[in-house]
Structure formats: structure tokens, C-alpha cells
Design a protein around this ligand. Sequence first.
Ligand SMILES: NC(=O)c1ccc[n+]([C@@H]2O[C@H](COP(=O)([O-])OP(=O)(O)OC[C@H]3O[C@@H](n4cnc5c(N)ncnc54)[C@H](O)[C@@H]3O)[C@@H](O)[C@H]2O)c1
Length: 261
Amino acid sequence: MELMSQLLAGKTAIILGVANKWSIAYAIAEAYRREGARIILTYQGDRLKATVEELGKELGAARILNCDVTKPEELEALVSEMAGERLDVVVHSIAFANREDLSRPFLETSRDGYLLAQEVSSYSLVSVARALSPLMTEGGSILTLTYLGSVRVIPNYNVMGVAKAALEACVRYLASDLGAKNIRVNGISAGPIKTASARGIKDFSKVLDGVAAVAPLKRNTDPAEVGDTAVFLGSHLGRGVTGNVIYVDAGFQVMGLQAPD
Ligand SMILES: NC(=O)c1ccc[n+]([C@@H]2O[C@H](COP(=O)([O-])OP(=O)(O)OC[C@H]3O[C@@H](n4cnc5c(N)ncnc54)[C@H](O)[C@@H]3O)[C@@H](O)[C@H]2O)c1
């Protein structure tokens, strides 16, 4: 059943991290459109421009702008493009690590691979928050996507788990810095979802099967469920929540040992 509560009417949200229809950011954008938000999308460079413009049209996005978060000049250009806009919500749904660092033992992680994962997946939340929070003149909500691999060892998640641990710490420090401006900062820890990024992790389908077998809800996470939690955090309903990580994972993270049959 489609809810028509328009929880985000009158709000403008910028969503970073749509690459295709399977992106978690796309599911968030769909939920935001349903709730009446004005949506701005960004894409990572020319390679993704046409696809994201096409998806943006379907989503009724007001603007579609370029931004590779590893290029400070592109973040600056994004801010200039947005001059005069009021922003209410920033959705950061961006991560990257080299494929070889998501398959071999964590012990083998290279310095370059480690720094790359940190730069794209963790530091970018800091640089994006610093660049865009001045546009959040009436307060608002910044949210990012994280994963259980930050606090538990998940096979092959490796360097990305370390980046997510840093990301979750960034959420807490940014929440402290920006709270006086009534800007909230939170993470959504999503259960595993088959996306382009996830396919880069060795044996990812085994993780999906394992979670569906063990999670209290006995299934995997639907991206639309992440979208709805992002609506909550972006809306007035989430006004008391900051510095938090909310799990949207069919309950998997509460499980310890699975009782043997
Ligand atoms: N899929 C999962 O199982 C899962 C679970 C929990 C959390 N997450 C997180 O959700 C977020 C979105 O990932 P996804 O699974 O939707 O995959 P995805 O591949 O669809 O999205 C990743 C996005 O990051 C963007 N990106 C990478 N490097 C960038 C850069 N330098 N500048 C700008 N954008 C860049 C890509 O363009 C892409 O849009 C990530 O933070 C991911 O770690 C995913």
C-alpha cells in the first residue's frame, strides 16, 4: 500500500550516490519523491551522467549535478551551483574500495587501498557536510549509509569495515559540531542488498543467504525499507534523533549464535 503522508513536503533534499536503479540512493529518492520532497541528485563524473539524468527525469528531480567527492574543486563547484538554495536534507550514499581489498585477507590491505577506502567512504561525509551545511539555514538532516561490518567481522568486507567504523565515528562528531544549528547527523546501517558496489565483495551472495536464514524476520532487507527510514530521519518525525546509527537489517545484528538444528 502506498502511503501518501507527504512527510517531506516543502523540503529540498540532495541525494549523492545514485548510480543505477539498484542503488540504495535510488530507493531513498523514490521514497523522498513519494513524500513530496524536492530532489536534487548528483552523479560521479561523466561516465554516470546520462544514466543518472535519465533516472532523475523519472524521479522528477529538480536538478542533477556532477560531483566526484574526491575532487575538492567539484565539491566547490557543486556549492556554487547551489548558491541561494536552502537545503533541508543531505543523503550521503557513497563508498568505494578496490576489489582486491574485498577478497584477500584483511592483513594484506595495501596503504593505498586503505587510504582510498577511507577517503571515498568516510572522509567524504566530513567534506560534504562542511560544504553543504551552510545551505541548511533552517536546520535539517544529514544521513549516511553504513554496514554492520563496522563493528563485526564480515568475511571479505575487510577495509570497508574499517572505513565504516570511521564513518560511524564521523557521524557522532559531526552531530556534535552541527547540533547547535539544528542539523542532525545519522547513519542507517542497512542489511546486505544486491547493488553494483555489493557485487564487488567476494562471495556476497553467501552473505545474503546467511542473513536470510538467521535474521529474526527470516529474509533480506528491501531497499524500500531503507528509503522509509531515510524519510523518518529527514522529516520532522526524526527531530529528536542525532548522532545515531539505526539498523534496517531485518534484525540480523541482534543475533548471536544460531542454535544448531
Ligand atoms: N548494498 C549493501 O549491501 C549495503 C549495505 C549497507 C550499506 N551500504 C552502503 O550504501 C551506500 C550506497 O551503496 P550501494 O550499495 O547503493 O551501491 P551503489 O554502487 O549503487 O552506490 C555507490 C555509489 O557511490 C558512488 N561513488 C563512489 N565513489 C564516488 C566518488 N568518488 N564520488 C562520488 N560518488 C562516488 C557511486 O557513483 C555510486 O553511486 C554505500 O555507502 C554502501 O557502503 C550498502
